[in-house]
Design a protein around this ligand. Structure first.
Ligand code: SAM
Ligand code: SF4
Length: 315
């Protein structure tokens, strides 16, 4: 379906939980999220109903996210149900990877097409400091488990954080040397926990091009600018919400774990979907698509207008 800016919206990012087993400094507070009762989170039935209605509005691709989607009990069963929804051509997931050794095979069997695995550093110490609870070895085990389960075209997402992981850029990019990973560097967006961080933390993605002068531009894929290093198996990508406005290429809507449709990641506008069914639900989703704003207003002086942190929206 087309929005009012002529963008074709075919991609739904669905948050299945706001909880996480990590506490990344830029995403969540030390203490995590207030405990919601089970009923505050969309049930599997409600999630499936939303995906069916979204498919009727032209959505073809669904990405499960969170919080950490794999902390939601029974997630592979949900994946199987969503993959079977008529009109859904691709089911993907964004994960911190820590639980993939346990779940990768089941996810593959359930029909999950592709994984995005978040990995901001290849230093043990920085990883522990950044995630507050994770270990690099479990994240790397997750990458291996994904490969062993047969996942291909895996994307590795690294958020750039000035003064914390700038020195990791060459090593992270180097993951694409031998394997066909797409390693994507994402500019940190000022929202939630990091909304008031000092300016030097918001490293422009130009730092990647400066660190790897051999990169050659190789087109775009959605909001990602693609680069190739001659001889490498994979690609390096830049996602630059801060230094280059990418809103014209935005083809997505989002639904939070408590059932609010967000037409734009960085707008405060939300439409409640809970309690709606059938035609009413479809109309609400189509209304959300039509009300997608032209773009966000973040820059060095202004943080996101979203009233929620990233763990509640899913990135
Ligand atoms: N827990 C999963 C994970 O980390 O992949 C999925 C949810 S997480 C919110 C999704 C993505 O958003 C991660 O790649 C994370 O690094 C990124 N993210 C979180 N806060 C961000 C921010 N302020 N700016 C840019 N990316 C952010
Ligand atoms: Fe959890 Fe992902 Fe947020 Fe890190 S970025 S705290 S792994 S939801």
């Amino acid at each position: 379906m087309l929005d009012t800016q002529g963008r074709t919206i075919r991609y739904l990012r669905l948050s299945v939980t706001d909880r996480c087993n990590y506490r990344c400094l830029y995403c969540m507070g030390e203490e995590g999220v207030p405990k919601l009762s089970h009923g505050d989170i969309l049930s599997f039935e409600e999630l499936e109903e939303i995906v069916r209605a979204a498919a009727a509005c032209g959505v073809k691709k669904v990405r499960l996210t969170g919080g950490e989607p794999l902390v939601r009990r029974g997630l592979p069963q949900l994946c199987r149900r969503l993959r079977d929804v008529p009109g859904i051509e691709e089911l993907d997931m964004t994960t911190n990877g820590s639980l993939l050794p346990q779940y990768a095979r089941e996810l593959k069997e359930a029909g999950v097409d592709r994984l995005n695995i978040s990995l901001d550093t290849l230093s043990e110490d920085t990883f522990a400091r950044l995630t507050r609870r994770g270990s690099l070895s479990e994240a790397l085990a997750g990458l291996e488990a994904a490969e062993a389960a047969g996942f291909t075209n895996t994307k590795i997402n690294a958020v750039l954080i000035g003064g914390i992981n700038d020195r990791d850029i060459p090593a992270l990019a180097g993951l694409a040397r031998e394997k066909a990973y797409s390693v994507r560097f994402i500019e940190l967006m000022p929202m939630g926990e990091c909304a008031c961080w000092p300016r030097e933390r918001f490293l422009p993605a130009q730092a990647v091009l400066d660190a790897l002068p051999g990169l050659e531009h190789a087109g775009t894929s959605g909001v990602t600018e693609l680069y190739r290093m001659p001889g490498w198996a994979g690609t390096v990508g830049l996602i630059r919400p801060m230094s280059h406005h990418f809103c014209a290429a935005c083809d997505r809507i989002r639904v939070t774990a408590d059932g609010m449709l967000k037409p734009c990641l960085h707008s405060a506008a939300e439409l409640p979907l809970r309690g709606l069914h059938g035609r009413e639900l479809e109309e609400a989703i189509c209304l959300g698509i039509r009300s997608k704003p032209q773009g966000h207003h973040m820059d060095a002086q202004h943080s996101s207008d979203s009233l929620r942190g990233m763990n509640e929206i899913g990135g």
